[in-house]
Write a protein that binds this ligand. Structure first.
Ligand SMILES: [Fe+2]
Ligand SMILES: [Fe+2]
Length: 284
């Protein structure tokens, strides 16, 4: 059992997203949030145990080296979306949404609110980085709340007790509030735990306006955008841009469970939207 759990504690990648959505159920108070453990099933708990124990500064730097040079070939946005849809886990195709359906539900909710086109596009793109799973990365290196590495872990990150098993917790240089960083150095200089956020940000950054870049890069950084942690590493520009991250978050959390998007109907709109910002193929 332990071996299997080690391999993939989540039955499907979306179990993590579902856990986050239940943690921040609409109308839930900060007080109630503290009971988040009740919402975590054993798989989710085990997932965080692995994530918090293994995301070290060294690991993050190695993954950035491996992926951020974008040397895995050229593909179009749609091509990558279709590739992501081949992610076969234990989800039920009749009741569970496909990866692309989640993306489209998010983007459609943004579109219905009359947001700018780049904002709708951010909704469509935000989880495409989950293809890391198809590249062979374990779940704990693809999803999960992100947090800075190379400095003290905040208690505002869920399951903070699991950081005790992280080797970085025994490195004196990484145990202080600033760690390897300087006061208000700006998040661009801070390494967050590795996952789908940083990867999709890196792939798309040069094609998107800055608020969209922030939405993609920090959408899983709940300790910061939801709980105000790590402000000592943020600069005033980050603070300003986080307004956009916060505007994006409800669409990610609460658009699930709406009607299934009718791809045939909406595809022309999205074809045009993608073509407006991206060339036919980009580096991945
Ligand atoms: Fe995500
Ligand atoms: Fe999402």
């Amino acid at each position: 059992m332990q071996a299997r759990l080690d391999a993939a504690p989540l039955k499907e990648l979306d179990q993590w997203d579902d856990f986050v959505a239940s943690r921040y159920r609409e109308g839930r108070s900060e007080e109630e949030f503290r009971n988040y453990k009740e919402d975590a099933n054993p798989g989710v708990t085990e997932f965080y145990r692995q994530n918090h124990a293994r995301q070290t500064l060294e690991f993050v730097l190695s993954k950035k080296k491996q992926y951020c040079g974008l040397t895995r070939g050229r593909k179009g946005i749609w091509e990558m979306a279709e590739y992501l849809n081949t992610l076969v886990d234990e989800s039920d195709p009749d009741t569970d949404l496909s990866q692309v359906e989640h993306l489209l539900q998010t983007s459609e909710a943004i579109r219905k609110d009359g947001r700018p086109r780049w904002f709708v596009l951010a909704g469509l793109l935000h989880d495409l980085g989950k293809v890391l799973c198809l590249y062979g990365e374990p779940q704990w290196a693809v999803v999960g709340d992100t947090f800075p590495v190379g400095c003290a872990h905040s208690d505002q990150v869920v399951f903070p007790e699991f950081f005790a098993a992280n080797p970085d917790s025994r490195v004196p240089e990484y145990r202080t509030a600033y760690g390897i960083y300087s006061p208000n150095c700006g998040l661009d200089r801070v390494h967050l735990s590795w996952g789908h956020d940083e990867y999709i940000y890196t792939v798309t950054r040069k094609y998107l306006p800055e608020p969209a870049q922030y939405m993609l890069r920090y959408h899983s950084f709940y300790a910061a955008h939801r709980h105000g942690a790590y402000r000592h590493l943020m600069n005033p520009h980050d603070e300003q841009m986080f307004e956009w991250v916060r505007k994006f978050n409800p669409y990610d959390l609460y658009s699930k469970g709406r009607e299934r998007p009718n791809l045939a109907e909406i595809r022309p709109y999205y074809e045009e939207l993608v073509a407006e910002f991206f060339p036919t193929q980009i580096d991945w």
